[in-house]
Design a protein around this ligand. Structure first.
Ligand SMILES: Nc1ncnc2c1ncn2[C@@H]1O[C@H](COP(=O)(O)OP(=O)(O)OP(=O)(O)O)[C@@H](O)[C@H]1O
Length: 506
């Protein structure tokens, strides 16, 4: 596996795009495999060669300002990055006219309508990590997890060595193929130091993978943000499900504090100067419990995870150092990617759809049962001798995946006290009615049936790119104006050693 050297990119290299001469009618749409913020992704076939590709349609119809900035960014970055662990952008094609239809298709004519616009043509990958891990009964082995993590970190190291932050590492953006290759995709939020150097936006990275420095409002950050997200993926692979998924930013921070401890000037020098620190600082310190909670992990895996999920980004391990971790040198060794099992294609979009369909079917069946219950539905069943008892097992509704993974629960509240005492209350101003587990006494009293919390602090500084795109990428709603006391806009003082290591500007 090649590991990038600093400055390895040849910026003068011609992009792999073949200009705008090729049009979409050279491709046959096979099926939809993804639905992103910025458009749909289809599996397609190049009619002439029969090559299978992924076609990402760039939605332009909702864009007030023309071509979306995320697409420009993705094209720009991917024309510079060429690595076996980065998805290959093959070309950009356009449709000749707005009513064009894709060449003969398998799906219904409605689905084939092409509304005009631009498509990015990527090499096709059979799965994304979220879709694959959602397969019922699938459990990765230790050599497989090592193999995937090694490739993920190699791809990240290549990006970081070339001054690119991905800023949206999550399972759905980690693509896998049946040759065992893993590739990073979706560079729509990425940031190159050639385009922007400091005062980045902190509204990046999907919530469960977002690092504490961004949640606390840092606008000067570096590659460590991607390492945190990669650490969350690593833990998810080992644990079988996400380890920290908050429904909103305050809750996400609280989950981080529960597992990784709360930040202070001792474990994270400079943290108190980060914009929103005082708003989120727990009233009482919370100790780090990661090793305790995840003690069922293999010790080398735990050592590495411990270094990836360090609160202070300047102490977080780099991708390069993570690749040298004992975890990858110890038996069982990472398996050869080619030896990885081949699975039927699985993308998050499809597995989500299947799940929704299943839920719908179950609800319909339930409703039908309610309307005409089976005779004597309330009477206990009659058991004949020799008959196998049909136990009532609510877990029958769970997927095989869930059944096979008896998981220890993460601490919900290490102090067994209401969350208000963890000090996260009183900090969220009252304009947004999110029902969460936090008590709210700042300006608005707790409401019946849930508590109301206010908006998360406003954007630190909208990055070098259009803000609207950034905000919409978050899994959480947009937030209105911030509370009093959020006006501090001084530079983030965290000394980012990692940035220096990669030659990043502070
Ligand atoms: N090259 C590819 N091969 C196969 N599937 C792909 C490919 N690129 C993307 N996909 C599928 O489409 C999904 C969405 O793609 P992508 O993340 O690039 O779109 P997006 O609009 O930027 O989405 P998001 O809103 O999640 O950021 C991926 O999770 C993946 O399942």
């Amino acid at each position: 596996m090649t590991v990038a050297q600093l400055g390895q990119l040849n910026l003068d290299e011609l992009p792999p795009l073949r200009g705008s001469s090729r049009t979409l009618d050279r491709f046959q749409k096979l099926e939809q495999i993804g639905e992103g913020t910025y458009g749909q992704v289809y599996m397609g076939k190049e009619v002439m060669t029969g090559e299978i590709v992924a076609l990402k349609r760039i939605k332009t119809e909702n864009e007030k300002e023309g071509f979306p900035i995320s697409a420009i960014r993705e094209i720009k970055v991917l024309t510079r990055l060429h690595h076996e662990n980065i998805v290959k952008l093959k070309e950009v094609v356009i449709s000749q006219d707005g009513n064009n239809q894709l060449a003969a298709t398998k799906e219904s004519s409605d689905n084939n309508k092409y509304n005009g616009g631009v498509y990015l043509v990527f090499e096709y990958m059979d799965h994304d990590l979220t879709g694959l891990s959602d397969r019922p009964g699938l459990r990765f082995t230790v050599p497989q997890i090592k193999c995937y993590m090694k490739q993920l970190l190699t791809g990240l190291h290549y990006c970081h060595a070339n001054e690119v932050l991905h800023r949206d590492i999550k399972g759905a953006n980690v693509l896998l193929n049946n040759n065992g290759s893993l590739k990073l995709a979706d560079f729509g939020l990425s940031c190159s130091s050639h385009l922007c150097r400091e005062n980045f936006t902190n509204r990046v990275v999907t919530l469960p993978y977002r690092p504490p420095e961004l949640l606390l409002g840092a606008t000067n950050y570096g590659p460590a943000v991607d390492i945190w997200s990669a650490g969350c993926i690593f833990a998810e692979l080992l644990h079988g499900k996400p380890i920290m998924s908050g429904r909103n930013e305050p809750e996400q921070l609280h989950k981080i504090f529960e597992l990784c401890g709360s930040p202070d000037e001792v474990n994270w020098p400079g943290v108190s100067k980060i914009r929103w620190y005082n708003n989120f600082k727990p009233a009482r310190p919370m100790r780090r419990r990661l090793r305790e909670v995840l003690r069922h992990f293999d010790s080398h895996a735990l050592d590495l995870l411990d270094k990836m999920l360090i609160l202070d980004p300047s102490k977080r391990i780099s991708a390069k150092d993570a690749l040298a971790a004992e975890y990858f040198q110890m038996e069982p060794l990472p398996c050869d990617p080619k030896s990885l099992p081949k699975y039927e294609a699985s993308h998050e979009f499809q597995t989500k759809r299947k799940r929704q369909q299943q839920q719908l079917n179950e609800e319909t069946a339930k409703r039908q049962n309610l309307r005409c219950p089976p005779p004597h539905a309330r009477l206990p069943p009659i058991h004949h001798s020799g008959q196998v008892l049909q136990e009532h097992r609510p877990e029958r509704n769970l997927s095989m995946n869930q059944l096979q993974r008896p998981l220890p629960t993460l601490p919900s509240n290490p102090y067994s006290e209401p969350l208000v005492d963890a000090g996260l209350s009183n900090r969220y101003p009252p304009s947004m009615n999110l029902t969460v587990g936090y008590n709210q006494t700042h300006g608005v009293q707790a409401q019946a049936g849930g508590t109301s919390i206010g908006p998360y602090p406003p954007h630190g500084r909208v990055g070098p790119y259009a803000a609207s795109n950034m905000i919409n990428r978050s899994t959480t709603p947009c937030y209105a104006a911030g509370p009093p006391g959020f006006s501090h806009r001084g530079p983030n003082p965290i000394a980012n050693i990692r940035n220096q290591q990669y030659g990043w500007q502070q």
